[in-house]
Design a protein around this ligand. Structure first.
Ligand code: ADP
Length: 482
């Protein structure tokens, strides 16, 4: 069993309070016991980061490149072992766990390259004998607060750019999945990063997260999590003195349109993958399947046939397609929405049953509602489980209007054989990410990730666009005296 400590100022620190990390596939299996820090721990971490910042922010890009490359290389070399740990604590399948770890490694390697590509601009001034330079500088100490559904990839896509651009970090992972973050912190601590540059403070959102948010010396906070928490965080951040720069990645109610001319096999693959894989616990999951009349019945019957073959079981077992729900609270939320859907008059065409497996875990069969109206709560609110809703549309125009009729705007997909509809949808979808004949979930690591409306707030994450959040711009004027 792992005994997980906080990493503060280069030292591993115990905490008076600890919490168990429980395997959702087998609740009798305790992954480890992890420190739960407090506001004083955040204070020490911020002080260490403040002390480390002057040297780190001026360190060479070669040093930062080498450190990030070492981190990425070690993650990739250990992807099977770390993937197993991730799947054990989070419940996604082993293939998904290993894939997520590999992605975290690739992100560090991408940003090791980005260290070497930080350019500025030199421009003529509108005034005579004056030059203007626009450069990017680190913002200072950044607080990183992450959710449980991607225990290593989301931390990686915040930590890697934070360090690449010369910032110091105070990182708080989600309470339910500290083991992957702890393993990542160990790798970072051995990478040659100076003490205090990177600090891990595990603990509760209401304690550690809140202290990060309110800390005077922390200049910016990047958060991924629920809309309710994100909204509250943003309000606090602007009320702080000084005000904090903030980046929020929140929920989704992602539509996937299936048109009459779609390849039915591809459409069903895309829908099964993005609605149910990773137990539907992805902010990019397709929770609204908007299907035009001519293909509706064939699509529903192909979906329900495929759903019968999906194996829901222990995440680490060979042959499992869908692991458990993360915990009892999330399972209760999924079951609540199954009840709400039925009460609203939708038909539960398949799934939605609690399943008993060899070990005690939170197993739920993937559920598909049909006869759903876009105004129903199951079509408007994020469920964050293996539950999807089929909404019937007359034609492409109605499908597009339904897809955009949502408070969210993270990812949106269309399955069609028509270039005309595909390109119209790419232009007219009100989502930050658009997928044609691809699942709404599953994105590349070298391009921006993020959405519109209630899904995201602040600059995009990932790719070279990450610089927008993790740097601040300086405009310098100089009068040429000779
Ligand atoms: P979820 O319920 O899906 O985990 P949350 O938005 O509650 O989503 O949590 C996302 C992250 O935000 C977690 O790391 C959590 O600990 C943290 N968090 C929760 N509440 C607060 C808060 N009041 N202040 C700062 N961070 C918080």
């Amino acid at each position: 069993m792992i005994e997980g400590l906080n990493l503060i100022a280069g030292d591993w620190e115990a905490s008076s309070e600890t919490a168990a990390d429980i395997n959702p596939s087998n609740t009798g299996d305790i992954v480890g016991q992890f420190a739960r820090g407090d506001a004083a721990a955040v204070d020490r971490a911020a002080a260490a980061a403040k002390a480390a910042f002057p040297a780190w922010s001026r360190s060479t890009i070669q040093l930062r490149h080498d450190i990030l490359k070492r981190i990425g290389d070690e993650i990739l070399a250990r992807k099977e072992e770390l993937g197993r740990l991730l799947s054990r604590e989070e419940g996604k399948t082993l293939a998904e766990g290993i894939g997520e770890v590999a992605r975290a490694g690739q992100i560090f390697l991408f940003f090791s390259g980005e260290c070497l590509r930080l350019a500025g601009e030199k421009l003529p001034s509108v005034r005579p004998s004056v030059d203007v330079e626009v450069t990017r500088e680190p913002i200072g100490i950044v607080g990183l607060i992450t959710p449980w559904n991607f225990p290593i990839a989301i931390p990686a896509w915040k930590i890697a750019p934070a360090l690449a651009y010369g910032n110091c970090v105070v990182f708080k992972p989600a309470e339910l999945v500290p083991a992957s973050s702890h393993a990542l912190a160990e790798i970072i601590s051995r990478s040659g990063v100076p003490s205090g540059v990177f600090n891990l403070v595990m603990g509760k959102g209401s304690v550690v997260g809140d202290a990060i948010l309110k800390h005077r010396d922390i200049s910016a906070v990047s958060f991924t999590g629920s809309v309710a928490t994100g909204r509250a965080l943003a309000a606090t951040a602007v009320g702080c003195d000084p005000m904090k720069k903030i980046q929020l990645e929140m929920g989704g109610k992602n539509p996937m349109i299936v048109l009459d001319d779609a390849d039915l096999g591809i459409a069903v693959d895309c829908a099964i993958n993005s609605a149910f894989f990773s137990t539907g616990q992805r902010c990019t999951a397709s929770s609204r399947l908007i299907v035009t009349e001519g293909v509706h019945d064939r699509f529903v019957s192909a979906m329900t046939e495929r759903m019968k073959k999906l194996v829901v079981d222990d995440a680490l077992k060979d042959g499992t397609h869908i692991g458990p729900v993360i915990d009892q609270k999330q399972l209760d939320q999924d079951l609540d929405y199954l009840r709400i859907g039925r009460d609203e008059g939708a038909d539960l065409a398949a799934g939605g049953e609690i399943l008993n497996r060899e070990s005690p875990g939170f197993f739920l069969s993937p559920a598909l509602f049909t006869g759903v109206d876009n105004s129903m709560r199951i079509a408007r609110e994020e469920i964050f489980g293996p539950v999807s809703a089929v909404i019937r549309a007359k034609d492409y125009e109605e499908a597009l209007a339904l897809a955009n009729d949502t408070d969210f705007g993270l990812s949106a997909g269309i399955c069609t054989g028509s270039l005309k509809y595909a390109s119209h949808f790419k232009r007219n979808s009100e989502a930050g990410m658009v997928m044609v004949n691809l699942p709404t979930a599953g994105v590349d690591y070298h391009v921006p990730f993020g959405g519109r409306k209630g899904s995201s707030y602040g600059p995009r994450e990932q790719g070279s666009y990450a610089a927008e959040f993790y740097t601040t711009v300086k405009t310098a004027y100089s009068h040429n005296l000779n």
